[in-house]
Structures are given as C-alpha cells and as structure tokens.
Ligand binder design. Structure first.
Ligand code: R5P
Length: 303
C-alpha cells in the first residue's frame, strides 16, 4: 500500500524531496501550539493499516521532538501498521560520554526516546565517534546513509586536483572514503577541544598539498571553530583558500561568516539541513534506504 508521508513541522522541504521518490501519499496533519505552548496534533488521514514515514530532520531538535513523538503516538494508537523516521540529520549524537562528573549521556537518552516512538529510522552519517554503530544505543533497525559518494561526485566536478583534509581523527571515516573515491591524497589532522568554542588543530604537512586545493571534510559544522582553525593552519603553510565541506551544516550563530572571514575559499554542505550552502543532494540515497525499510526497494549502499 502507498506509504503515508507525514511532516514534522519545519521539515517540509525534505518531505517534498522524499514523497515523489517514495511514491508516497502526502499525509495531512495539523500540528499547532495551544496558547500555553503545549503541542496539539491531529491526523487528517486514516492511518489504520498504513505504513507511515515521519520526515523529521532533527536540527534544532528540542522544538521538533514533541511534535514528532505526538505524531508517532497518534499514528500508533490509530492503527498504523508501521512508523518509520527519516531524519536526514540525527541530533544528540555528540554527548556520547560522561566527560565530567554528573553529566548526562544524552545520545543514549535521546535514543531511548526515539526507540519508544518509531519502528525504524534512516539517517545520513550520524556523528559516530566513541561509538561505532547506532546499534550500540538504538534498539530499532536503523540505516546509515553514507554521504561520501555524493560528496566525492561534487568534488570531482568542482575542484581540480583536490587534497582531502580531515580536521580530526573522527573525520577520517569520511575523508579517507572520499579521497579513495577520487584517487586523491588525503591527510588527517589532530584536534584538541577544550571548550564548546575552543579547539586547536595540528599543523598540516605541506608535501601532499603542493599544487593542490585543500578540501576540508567534516561531518558537522556547528560553531565552525574546527573548520576555522583548520583553514588558518592551511593558510599559514601557504595553501590556496581551502574548500570546506560539511555533511551537516548546523552553523551556530555567525559560524559561516567567521569561516569565510578566516579564509575559506568556499563553504559547501549536503542538504541534510536546509541552508544556503547546500550544494550536495543526498535525497536519492535517503529515499533508497527508506524504500528498503518499507519493503519496496533493494538493499541500499550503507556503512
Ligand atoms: C566533532 O568532533 C565533529 O566531528 C565536528 O568536528 C564538530 O562537531 C564541529 O563542531 P564545531 O563546528 O563547533 O567546531
């Protein structure tokens, strides 16, 4: 049966991308706030026996989570056969450890919330650092859609003679795959983070960069400090303005302006979070992963 595609408010653009790729029916729902700020939801389609795909990119998660949970709970109570979540960006993945006494490990708590709400989830390159798979915290079936093929294709078109630079050890999982696909050299730097906005990056060596354009790849650009410090290090050794590629462009505060001011030649992101820097579309890969969970497609390429 045709899946019903329901939007978590704020994620309309992704619903528009996915619905035709899933041959899905646009679900009709009212989500609004009561005067006291509480969330009201109403489903205007009969969901009994239907497969429901909730589309909910989870940037700015705190305002999206209650509508998501209530839409899922309503669909469940009204008899949906299955409820899946398409979250191009999965939030709350970075606090995966108790760094200081008393801290909450919110990635695990968030996983429990979503596990209690939906039956499966697809997402694009979640921040897996101290954990190696989502299965370490999520019980439901999940599929991780890799952005590397789309990123490599964009670089192949846009950047002659690239050298791929990963700003820290975690970024190696994306940077090396992209470099291999391009047949380009790569280097992985070392990062020390001492605060939300305080990072230092090791000095790159010049040899692999001679006659090449550095392309810095990281999964998240949030405050931009990781990218900024990497760009500054590259400029110090005399490279051309680096191209900065982020999988998820969160861009807190003035991050984009600060990154351009630091000397980035361009800042480009995948469209997991809608932003003016989006140049790389991952919708086909995400839709393939959703079709797999719906039982209407072959197994997608995943990591
Ligand atoms: C963390 O290690 C991630 O891979 C990114 O490097 C980090 O989230 C970037 O954050 P920011 O832009 O605030 O430096």
């Amino acid at each position: 049966m045709t899946p019903l595609v329901l939007t978590v408010p704020g994620c309309e653009a992704w619903t528009e991308r996915l619905r035709p790729r899933l041959a899905g029916q646009a679900g009709r729902a009212l989500v609004r706030q009561f005067p006291d700020g509480e969330v009201y939801v109403r489903l205007d389609d009969d969901v009994a026996g239907r497969d429901v795909v909730l589309v909910g990119g989870l940037d700015q998660p705190d305002r999206k989570v209650m509508p998501l949970l209530f839409l899922a709970a309503t669909a469940r109570e009204l008899g949906a056969r299955s409820i899946g979540l398409a979250a191009p960006y999965l939030a709350y993945m970075r606090q995966d450890h108790r760094f200081h006494p008393g801290e909450g490990i919110t990635s695990a708590y968030f996983a429990r919330l979503l596990d209690g709400a939906v039956d499966w989830m697809v997402t694009v390159d979640p921040h897996l650092h101290r954990r190696s798979t989502l299965a370490e915290i999520y019980r439901m079936p999940t599929t991780v859609v890799p952005s590397a093929p789309a990123i490599a294709a964009w670089i192949a078109d846009a950047v002659p003679s690239p050298c791929i630079v990963g700003p820290d050890q975690e970024s190696a999982q994306w940077a090396t795959v992209v470099a291999d696909r391009l047949g380009a050299p790569h280097m992985i730097l070392t990062k020390i983070r001492t605060g939300d906005r305080e990072v230092s990056i090791s000095q790159p060596s010049l040899a692999p960069l001679v006659d090449r354009t550095p392309v810095v790849i990281d999964d998240i650009i949030s405050t931009g400090r990781t990218m900024i410090e990497t760009v500054l290090q590259l400029r110090r050794i005399g490279t051309p303005p680096p191209i900065c590629v982020g999988i998820h462009g969160v861009f807190a505060d003035r991050a984009l302006d600060d990154l351009l001011a630091a000397g980035a030649g361009a800042v480009v992101t995948c469209n997991t979070i809608d932003h003016a820097t989006n140049r790389i579309c991952v919708a086909d890969a995400l839709a393939a992963a959703i079709r797999h969970h719906l039982g209407t497609g072959s197994t997608p390429a995943t990591v």
